[in-house]
Design a protein around this ligand. Structure first.
Ligand code: G3P
Ligand code: CA
Length: 374
């Protein structure tokens, strides 16, 4: 998959900011950010939709992100009992749907081990799509996003196909192509229970004419094996997600001692570049925080990734103080908004190629300030 193609021109303003040139593995013009004149700018990736304003992974959340200007909308994918891909952050849905109020499903509550962690709740793989469709989404973090709770109970759990259909309709209406950035969630787990995600993902992209090199699609995973395998089946670019700690679960399951820290060494990044177009690191791997919780100096990750030919799309940029470095907080109240503009400015300057954000509107405005139209 890692065919090399030059898609853009590095310009002096970007160079001054330390922003990467647009030469990279398996790039395509459509996957570049919004174009300001001839200048490609970083991507704004609507994380779980516009999850700062609507319950995550609902059509309403994705639609709002697109309308706010997201380049891509991001569904996390899990499987139902009957093998349908649906958008949820994890198979356990007790915290993101009203399932606990459905007495008819009380006996579905189960304790399971997910990637080595024991969890009790309700699981998508125990529900048919028809059953899942009787549930309604709720806000995951009501203590931080009280406003979002007024939308509780209003939206269904969408299928991947419904997200693709929404993207198609909005692309037509808005006059620009909305990209889609699906993530395979817990692929080893789903394979272990006979509900492999990847064949369904490939088939859905194929069916929708989206398995092509210039489709506005990225496919992401925290695991390595399934991305490597997908790189032989998909023509779209792949993104290797990394975490600030721990290891890909397929490595853990196989007894492979390598960790995410190993993936982001220069040698690790060169290996990733063999099957992926970019990495999606925890933002703290790009700019860590100091002992006081303030944003510190950038690590070498962006430079090393670019040297390996990889793009860098860190996650997750959120406006609430709870998620911000101490020096960008507005108060001690976790739910109040702090200075997300300030945090984003530091990451644009560090040269990232895109950001996953719950607040598309702020990221779009911030990007316009740093990369003005010419
Ligand atoms: O996929 C990018 C980012 O979403 C990874 O974190 O846990 O929000 O899916 P998560
Ligand atoms: Ca995700």
């Amino acid at each position: 998959m890692a065919a090399v193609r030059t898609i853009g021109v590095a310009v002096s303003a970007l160079a001054l900011l330390g922003v990467a040139t647009m030469t990279s593995a398996s790039a395509s013009p459509d996957q570049g950010g919004e174009r300001h004149g001839q200048q490609a700018v970083p991507l704004v990736l609507g994380h779980r939709g516009a999850s700062g304003y609507r319950p995550e992974h609902t059509l309403a959340s994705y639609e709002l992100a697109a309308r706010m200007g997201a380049d891509y909308i991001e569904p996390d994918l899990v499987s139902t009992k009957d093998g349908v891909l649906v958008a949820r952050h994890e198979p356990e849905i007790g915290g993101t749907t009203d399932v606990a109020k459905h007495t008819e499903f009380a006996d579905r509550k189960k304790t399971k081990v997910l990637d080595g962690v024991t969890l009790t709740g309700w699981w998508t793989e125990d529900f048919t799509l028809a059953e899942l469709k009787t549930l309604r989404a709720v806000e995951r973090i009501p203590e931080l996003r009280q406003e979002n709770t007024i939308f509780n109970g209003r939206y269904q759990v969408p299928t991947f196909q419904e997200v693709i259909d929404l993207r198609k309709r909005l692309s037509r209406e808005l006059g620009r192509e909305i990209g889609i950035y699906p993530e395979t969630k817990h692929p080893t787990y789903f394979r272990s229970i006979g509900l492999e995600l990847e064949p369904k993902l490939v088939a859905t992209l194929e069916r929708n004419g989206l398995n092509r090199r210039d489709a506005k699609v990225f496919v992401q995973s925290f695991e390595v094996g399934n991305l490597r395998s997908l790189s032989r089946k998909l023509r779209v670019p792949l993104i290797q997600l990394t975490s600030a700690s721990g290891a890909p679960y397929d490595f853990v399951a196989a007894g492979d001692k390598r960790t995410y820290a190993d993936l982001v060494t220069p040698a690790g990044l060169r290996e990733v570049a063999g099957y992926a177009y970019g990495i999606g690191p925890d933002k703290n791997q790009v700019i860590p925080r100091d002992a006081a919780g303030n944003l510190a100096q950038p690590t070498a990750l962006v430079g090393n990734a670019h040297a390996a030919g990889l793009k860098v799309h860190p996650y997750t940029f959120r406006a609430e103080n709870n998620f911000l470095p101490v020096n960008f907080r507005s108060s001690a109240v976790p739910s109040e908004y702090g200075d997300l503009f300030g945090e984003l400015a530091a990451f644009w300057k560090a040269g990232v190629d895109g950001v996953f954000t719950d607040n598309t509107d702020i990221a779009v405005a911030s990007r316009a300030e740093t990369f003005p139209r010419r």
